[in-house]
Design a protein around this ligand. Structure first.
Ligand code: FPP
Length: 253
């Protein structure tokens, strides 16, 4: 995964700062080719590599991808094991390349459920890339939006119990400070491939005002051109954050 030098056209509007993606459709892609589902995940990793590179080129600063949900443990054991093998290999090879290209790698989710060797590699790759500031790749692994919100609620309760916070101080920013990706971690654009029109427990808090973009394209077939299409559509949206269209235009004008 190696984003090359930015060639963002001067006249085109700036890319969204933060894009999130539900990478769905690996299994169906493999099925269409009469291949095992694992091959779909492998092809999915290849597609992700191309998208990371493209994001780097066009100036996206943060990319958050749903790699493994808290519900994915319910898949056949063989598929889960193969996914773990793929993650392990990716953590070796891709993390090195990301680092060489000044990309920070971060994991969100309850990684304590993963094998110890994988947890170690996750921690090492996060440590190694911590100071990279070209772009951040957030990988959601054993992640669920409800888990995230519950964890933030627990952290708030602990802080109140310890006297570090009063109940009256609990507001949206107090929650944002304790949730994955933190304050300012909201995606501008959330993409889901694979044809389903739902969020599936991804970034429930953080995506409150994200622009949503759905495509039937299966993730392994999702290319930089598809991403450009999503971004063009995003630029046609009017982000009002609860205000009226007139207010938005007054401010812009
Ligand atoms: C959903 O497609 C995809 C996954 C559960 C796995 C996604 C993982 C990758 C793309 C590899 C990324 C690797 C790293 C290291 C970030 P699905 O299997 O649910 O597809 P289906 O809906 O067609 O069955």
């Amino acid at each position: 995964m190696s984003p090359s030098a930015s060639n963002n056209n001067e006249s085109s509007p700036p890319a969204p700062r933060h894009i999130a993606i539900v990478m769905d459709g690996n299994g169906r892609w493999a099925l269409q080719k009469s291949q095992p589902r694992t091959m779909g995940h492998q092809a999915g990793l290849k597609a992700l590599r191309a998208i990371v590179e493209h994001c780097g080129r066009i100036g996206v600063k943060e990319l958050t991808v749903f790699a493994f949900s808290s519900e994915n443990w319910n898949r056949p054991e063989k598929e889960v094991n193969r996914l773990m093998d793929l993650f392990m290999r990716a953590l070796d090879k891709e993390a090195r390349e990301l680092h060489e290209n000044h990309v920070r790698l971060r994991f969100i989710g309850d990684v304590r459920a993963f094998p110890a060797a994988m947890q170690k590699k996750i921690a090492q790759s996060e440590d190694r890339t911590r100071n990279n500031d070209r772009m951040t790749l957030n990988v959601a692994a054993n992640y669920g939006g409800r888990w995230d919100i519950s964890r933030a609620a627990r952290a708030l309760a602990e802080d109140v119990a310890a006297g570090r916070l009063t109940v009256a101080e609990i507001d949206e920013s107090a929650v944002s400070e304790r949730i994955s990706l933190g304050t300012g971690g909201s995606p501008d654009l959330l993409i889901r491939t694979g044809g389903e029109i739902r969020i599936s427990n991804f970034l429930l808090w953080q995506a409150a005002y994200s622009e949503l973009w759905f495509t039937p394209v299966l993730w392994p077939n999702f290319s930089p051109d598809h991403l450009d299409q999503a971004i063009s559509d995003y630029h046609l949206r009017e982000r009002r954050f609860g205000k009226t269209s007139e207010q938005v235009h007054q401010k812009a004008g």
